[in-house]
Design a binder for this molecule. Structure first.
Ligand code: FPP
Length: 245
């Protein structure tokens, strides 16, 4: 089926979030090192991004490295950081030509210096682009994000700059790393795992989930189109009844 053609352009998800899972298992299936999976995962990143550009999804957020991923073998962590720097270097031209703005969320301060510099430079170079905001979640953990937001709000209350009764969903949401971004409408996870692994916990209160069996390096833009088509067949009720919508 041609899912792209069947997508309703007026009901596109404004924000697609992805958990790119299964790189290691995919590589193992070929008798290769895990990093081979991550390297091929970059092709899938391109597919997802180009798919969003093609149909006009304005926000794409990718879980590229979780705060828990620091516990992986040093070799793999270093290789992932190098891959990030290499990819950003190679893709800057694409970002500029396609009006893509790079953004990053997470504890960016924990990243190696060359990664931080490359991220900062690419973010600055693309800051006026608007067609698609590509957010990389790096050294990201949602519980930590929520705790950071809570601390920052508490400090403002203690300093007398904020009244406790003014704390609402809007203020809390704007204290998260994702301030200013719409909540994800659709979250896709590859590799058959059905969990959200400390990803955008607050933001995904009403997100529609799509769990795919295929491994991340196998992900193609048609998978994105199919997921978006299926998302459009769902009824988002936000606690209301069907009749009330
Ligand atoms: C999860 O698969 C994947 C990661 C932790 C890293 C994702 C990184 C990339 C796709 C490449 C770099 C990305 C960018 C944006 C340049 P896994 O290793 O947990 O796989 P497994 O569950 O099979 O072990």
């Amino acid at each position: 089926m041609n899912f792209k053609q069947k997508i309703n352009p007026k009901a596109l998800p404004q924000h697609v979030a992805i958990i790119m899972d299964g790189n290691g298992r995919w590589a193992k299936g070929f008798g290769k090192l895990r990093i081979f999976g991550h390297q091929n995962g970059v092709t899938a990143v391109r597919e997802a991004l180009e798919g969003c550009i093609e149909i006009g999804v304005p926000y794409l957020t990718l879980y590229a490295f979780s705060s828990e991923n620091w516990n992986r073998p040093k070799f793999e962590v270093n290789a992932l950081m190098e891959l990030l720097v290499d990819t950003l270097t190679k893709e800057t031209k694409t970002f500029l030509e396609n009006d893509i703005r790079l953004n990053a969320i997470g504890n960016i301060a924990d990243l190696p210096e060359n990664c931080k510099t490359k991220l900062k430079d690419t973010i600055a170079l693309t800051k006026n682009n608007n067609k698609c905001i590509l957010t990389l979640a790096l050294s990201y953990g949602s519980r930590r994000e929520i705790i950071d937001a809570t601390k920052s709000i508490a400090k403002q209350v203690i300093a007398g700059k904020l009244n406790i009764d003014d704390i609402d969903e809007n203020l809390f949401g704007n204290s998260l790393y994702t301030a200013g971004m719409p909540d994800p409408d659709l979250m896709i996870r590859t590799s058959g795992e059905q969990r959200i692994s400390n990803y955008l916990l607050y933001q995904m209160a009403y997100t529609e989930f799509c769990f795919l069996k295929k491994m991340w390096p196998e992900f193609k833009r048609d998978d994105l189109f199919e997921a978006i088509y299926n998302y459009q067949q769902r009824e988002r009720r936000y606690g209301k009844t069907s009749e009330q919508l």
